[in-house]
Every structure is written in structure tokens, then in C-alpha cells.
Design a protein around this ligand. Structure first.
Ligand code: FAD
Length: 344
């Protein structure tokens, strides 16, 4: 079929380990496609702690999650990886010719010789609002992310959550939306203290409203629109809050998801690798690196993932170059590596 991408290597996950996998494959002259369900690269480092310093990357005394990611991107630039972001890999199926059919939620299709699963703790998905039946409004009046802020201007908004996303968007929409109600289950916020102070000041000025309570139900209008959210407060009283749009920021939770259905050996939500020589799974040609894998002595550290990526690349090379003898070379001194790195 047309549009199918034939690839030597497909990397599932653009966290630090998936990114470094590009580098290690690149040194062996293997080009990679990288897929991530998130819209940005960096995995946990960017999603969970972009501004926090990491102190245990060898020879880097301190760098933030975002800086580590930016440096990895710079390091892999010579290898020109192709990124496919904002799409989850749903299908991995072995073909009769030993290669794999790979497919994403965006409909991107690959035929891959080798696969590197660097999926960390699984693909991050928004934690949903647990109110029976309210999911039918997802995408119309119930949103877990803001794609187009203009959509919410002039509307009566209820924003749920107590973290940075909830507070940032609430503050952003004050003055642009018709009304902004922030709903959080308790008067204690994970968000930056400065944002919390700003929010409370706006509430004192009647520019927005803070409700402490839990969403427990909803009411619809005659034409089936979401009209009221029922909010139960700590005193047990349930109030009806009118709204046009409901924004929920309960954070992201990782899901192993489709990976569980690809016929791979799984032990406590991790992929078992055959050995620590190649980090290959029970399916020949599929390797698992970084937080997603498990083996005796496994430590979920970035530096362990980097090492695994190097050995997995050597382990995979025979699938791509069956007749080539692969030697390890030093980047300092090898003219061949200088050539692939573009530093001749
Ligand atoms: P991840 O970073 O989890 O990235 C995996 C990526 O795969 C994600 O972006 C995900 O969306 C994607 N993905 C998963 N499934 C799919 C799918 N089916 N389709 C498409 N994409 C998919 N480690 C250290 O070494 N030092 C530290 O100081 C340190 N501090 C930390 C602090 C915090 C708060 C946390 C939470 C972790 C810390 N870690 C630290 C751990 C470190 O972040 C992880 O070891 C590292 O991120 C693992 O990298 P990874 O590439 O294996 O996976």
C-alpha cells in the first residue's frame, strides 16, 4: 500500500532513552523514526520535571529535564531522525518476512526491520473526570487540554484541578471568558505559590471564583447540552454551577495500553528482556530500553537507559546489515564515525 514508511528502525517513545537510541543507531549508520503520543519530546523529563535539576548524568553536574532533552536533540541532529509526535503506537505485528507492521492512532504506517520500545511508564494520558455519563461531552463541552484558546473566550468556564495547568489556564481566561470558576477538592494547591496567590487576589476582586468541592453529577438542557455541574462541598451540600465549558486538568497518568497486546513477555507492567547483552524481548527484532524494561538488577535511571540503548543498537545491527561485521569504534578517533557525525 502507498504511504507506508519502510524503516530500518522504529523507536516507540521520545523520552531521554528513545532520543539517545537515535544516537547509538546513528553511529551504526541506522536511521530511525521516533514516535511519541505526546506533542513534545522529552518523556518524563519534560512532562514531569522540566525545571528540576538532574544531578546524576555522567559528566553533567547539573541540568534540568528540559536542558537534558534539548542537549539530546542537539546531539542526535546529525542523524536526522524523523519524529511522529502526538500519536500513539497501537499496533505492532510481526509479518511473515520477519519485519513488523506498525501503526499509530494518526494512521501513520510503517514496515520496520527492528523496533525499540522506549515507552517509559507507558503513554501519558489525561486523567479523566469521574462523573457517570459526562464523557459524552468530551470534545464539545468537556476538555482535557486547550487546543484553541479562542474557543473558550466569552464563555462561562468551570476549570477543575489544583495544579499548574488548572491555575495557569484559570488565570489566563480571567477577563477573556464571561466567567471563570476554579473547582478544586480542597483548599491546598500543587500549583506554584505565586499563581495561587494571584488566583486568590482575583477571587477577592470578584474577577473569578474558587469553589472547594467535588464534581458529582451534571444536568443537561432541553437540547441535550451540558448546563449545570453538580458540585458537592465538604459540608455535604450539593450546588448547581451553570457553565458553557468544562476544563479538567487532573494531570497525566501513564498507561501501558496497547503495548500489552503485542505478544511480549510482561512482568509487573514491564517488558522482560532476554538478557543484558542485547536487551531484546522474547520477540526477535523487538528491543526494550529504558524504564519500560526489566531484568535482574534493573535500576530505572536515565544513565542505565543510555547504556541499554548502546547495546540494543549493536544487538539490532545484524537484522539490518546481515552481512556486515560490526565493530565498536571510538568517536574520538574513528574517521568513519567522524563522517557519520559530520565532524570531518
Ligand atoms: P520516558 O521518559 O517515560 O519516556 C517514554 C515516552 O514514551 C513518553 O514520552 C511516552 O509518551 C511515550 N510512549 C509510551 N508508550 C507509547 C506508545 N504506545 N506510543 C507512543 N509513545 C509512547 N532519573 C535519573 O536518572 N536521575 C534523576 O535525577 C531523575 N529524577 C526524576 C525525577 C522525577 C520527578 C521523575 C518522575 C523521574 C526521575 N528520573 C530520574 C527518572 C527518569 O525520568 C526516567 O528514568 C526516564 O525518563 C526514563 O526515560 P525513558 O526514555 O525510558 O522513558
Amino acid at each position: 500500500p502507498t504511504g507506508v514508511i519502510e524503516a530500518d528502525a522504529v523507536i516507540i517513545g521520545a523520552g531521554p532513552v528513545g532520543l539517545f537510541q537515535v544516537f547509538e543507531l546513528g553511529l551504526l549508520e541506522i536511521k530511525a523514526h521516533v514516535i511519541d503520543s505526546l506533542g513534545a519530546v522529552g518523556g518524563q523529563c519534560v512532562e514531569l520535571y522540566p525545571d528540576k535539576p538532574i544531578y546524576d548524568i555522567p559528566a553533567v553536574p547539573s541540568c534540568t529535564g528540559q536542558e537534558l532533552t534539548d542537549n539530546l536533540l542537539k546531539q542526535i541532529e546529525p542523524f536526522e531522525p524523523t519524529f511522529h509526535l502526538g500519536q500513539e503506537v497501537t499496533k505492532v505485528e510481526r509479518r511473515d518476512d520477519g519485519r513488523f507492521d506498525v501503526e499509530t492512532t494518526a494512521g501513520t504506517q510503517f514496515i520496520a526491520k527492528t523496533i525499540f520500545i522506549a515507552a517509559g511508564v507507558g503513554s501519558f494520558q489525561a486523567r479523566t473526570l469521574k462523573v457517570d455519563g459526562i464523557d459524552v461531552f468530551e470534545g464539545s463541552q468537556l476538555h482535557y487540554k486547550v487546543k484553541d484558546p479562542a474557543q473558550f473566550e466569552g464563555k462561562n468556564l468551570v476549570i477543575c484541578g489544583g495544579g499548574d495547568s488548572a491555575l495557569d489556564w484559570a488565570l489566563n481566561f480571567v477577563g477573556k471568558a464571561e466567567s471563570v470558576v476554579l473547582l478544586h477538592r480542597r483548599d491546598d494547591f500543587r500549583a506554584a505559590p505565586a499563581s495561587v496567590a494571584k488566583m486568590k487576589a482575583l477571587c477577592d476582586d470578584y474577577e473569578m471564583q474558587l469553589l472547594i468541592g467535588t464534581a458529582t453529577g451534571f444536568e443537561t438542557s432541553a437540547d441535550g447540552k451540558l448546563e449545570h455541574l453538580k458540585v458537592t462541598a465538604a459540608d455535604g451540600v450539593t450546588r448547581r454551577v451553570p457553565l458553557d465549558m468544562l476544563l479538567v486538568f487532573y494531570g497525566l497518568s501513564p498507561k501501558l495500553g496497547p503495548i500489552a497486546e503485542w505478544g511480549l513477555d510482561i512482568e509487573r507492567r514491564q517488558l522482560k528482556v532476554q538478557n543484558t547483552e542485547k536487551f531484546e524481548t522474547n520477540v526477535p527484532g523487538i528491543f526494550a530500553v529504558g524504564d519500560i524494561n526489566t531484568y535482574p538488577g534493573k535500576k530505572k535511571l536515565i544513565l542505565s537507559g543510555f547504556h541499554e540503548a548502546a547495546l540494543a543498537a549493536f544487538g539490532a545491527a545484524p537484522y539490518i546489515f546481515p552481512d556486515k561485521k560490526i565493530h565498536m569504534q571510538y568517536t574520538t578517533t574513528s574517521p568513519k564515525l567522524h563522517k557519520v557525525l559530520g565532524v570531518e
